[in-house]
Design a protein around this ligand. Structure first.
Ligand code: AMP
Length: 307
C-alpha cells in the first residue's frame, strides 16, 4: 500500500574522517523515500530550486518514487552542511541554508489525498498539521521532529502528536519532549500524548520500539564500514514504515520485524556517502542484513539455578 512522505530534499556538504562530499543528494524525504521504496510504492511531496540537478531526479525516478508532488520553484535548493569526527553520534552542523524550503507549504496533489500511510518528516509542526488536514482517512500516520520544534513550537507539536499513531525520534528528543531524563518513563509520557507507537532511535546504539503493551530493543549492528551516518534515522523510518505499509502487520511481532527492517536500512545508509548504498541495494541484501540482526541478538536461556 502506498506511503506518502513530506519533508526536505537537499544538497548536502558532508565531511567525515573518511572524506568529504559537496552538493550531494540528501534530505529527510530522500533518505526515507529511497529506503521505503524497496518495500512499497512511495509518493513524495517536497520542494527544490531550479538548481536541483537532473541526475538526482532521475535517480529517485529510477527507484520508482512517484514525484508528482515534487515542486520545482524559482530559487536555490535547501542546503545543509555537517561534519563528523570519529564519534559518529556527535555531529556538528556547519550551515543550514533553507532557501526555497523556507516557504515550503506542502500542497498534497489530489491524487495523493487518499494515500493510506503517511510519514511527516522533520518540518514545522504547523505544516505537519496542514498535511494531515489534506489527507482523507489515512490508515496510519507517523512523524519525526527535532529539538528545535520541541523548544520553539511546543503547542503546535502537541496538537500534531494528538493526531498521529507513530512517532520516530531520537533519545535526546524523547527526553526533552517528556522533560524526563529517564528514557523508559519519558517514552511512556510521549505515548500518553497521543501516539500508539514510539520508536526511539539511538544512532549507532540501535533503537527501541515502545507501545503501551511492549518494548522491543535492537542494538546497532557493529559495522566494519561506516562512512557517513547522515540520513540513517530517516532511512530507518523508511524501512520501518515501508515494511508496515507493505504488510499491514501492526501487531506486536510485526512491530518487531519493522524495527529490524528499519535498522537494516539505517545500517546500509551509513556504509557510503549520501545515498550511494541506499539507492543500489538488492532485495536479497536486505534479507541477509535482517538475518545478521537476528544472529547478533539470538540467545537461549539455559537456567543454572533451581527455581
Ligand atoms: P539525519 O541524519 O537523519 O538527521 O538527516 C540528515 C538530513 O536531514 C540531511 O540530508 C539534511 O539535508 C536534512 N536536514 C538537516 N537539517 C534539516 C532541517 N532543519 N529540516 C529538514 N531537513 C534537514
Amino acid at each position: 500500500m502506498s506511503l506518502l512522505v513530506v519533508g526536505s530534499v537537499a544538497l548536502d556538504d558532508v565531511e567525515t574522517p573518511f572524506g568529504r562530499r559537496e552538493g550531494a543528494l540528501g534530505g529527510a524525504a530522500v533518505y526515507f523515500g529511497l529506503a521505503a521504496s524497496y518495500f512499497t510504492d512511495v509518493r513524495m511531496v517536497a520542494v527544490v530550486g531550479r538548481d536541483f540537478p537532473r541526475e538526482h531526479v532521475d535517480l529517485l525516478d529510477e527507484r520508482g518514487l512517484d514525484l508528482t508532488g515534487l515542486q520545482v520553484v524559482d530559487g536555490s535548493t535547501f542546503r545543509w552542511g555537517g561534519r563528523y569526527g570519529y564519534d559518529f553520534n556527535a555531529r556538528e552542523t556547519m550551515f543550514t541554508e533553507l532557501n526555497v524550503f523556507a516557504d515550503f507549504d506542502p500542497e498534497i496533489p489530489v491524487e495523493y489525498r487518499e494515500t493510506p500511510h503517511v510519514f511527516l518528516a522533520n518540518i514545522a509542526p504547523a505544516l505537519q498539521l496542514g498535511v494531515l488536514e489534506q489527507i482523507e482517512a489515512p490508515r496510519s500516520t507517523a512523524l519525526d521532529t527535532m529539538n528545535y520544534w520541541i523548544e520553539r513550537t511546543p503547542e503546535e507539536l502537541r496538537r500534531v502528536l494528538e493526531r498521529v499513531q507513530i512517532v520516530l525520534i531520537n533519545d535526546s528528543e524523547t527526553r526533552e519532549l517528556a522533560q524526563d531524563p529517564n528514557l523508559a518513563r519519558a517514552a511512556l509520557n510521549v505515548l500518553s500524548m497521543g501516539p500508539r507507537i514510539l520508536v526511539v532511535k539511538k544512532g549507532e546504539h540501535g533503537a527501541v520500539t515502545f507501545s503501551n503493551e511492549d518494548a522491543f530493543a535492537v542494538p546497532g549492528l557493529p559495522l566494519e564500514t561506516i562512512v557517513d551516518p547522515t540520513g540513517a534515522g530517516d532511512a530507518f523510518a523508511g524501512g520501518f514504515l515501508g515494511y508496515l505499509a507493505a504488510t499491514g502487520d501492526f501487531g506486536g511481532e510485526g512491530l518487531r520485524r519493522a524495527t529490524i527492517y528499519g535498522s537494516a536500512m539505517g545500517s546500509f545508509c551509513c556504509e557510503s556517502f549520501s545515498v550511494d548504498r541506499l539507492a543500489s541495494l538488492e532485495p536479497g541484501e536486505i534479507e541477509t542484513r535482517f538475518e545478521a540482526f537476528r544472529d547478533l541478538t539470538r540467545f537461549e536461556h539455559v537456567p543454572i539455578f533451581d527455581v
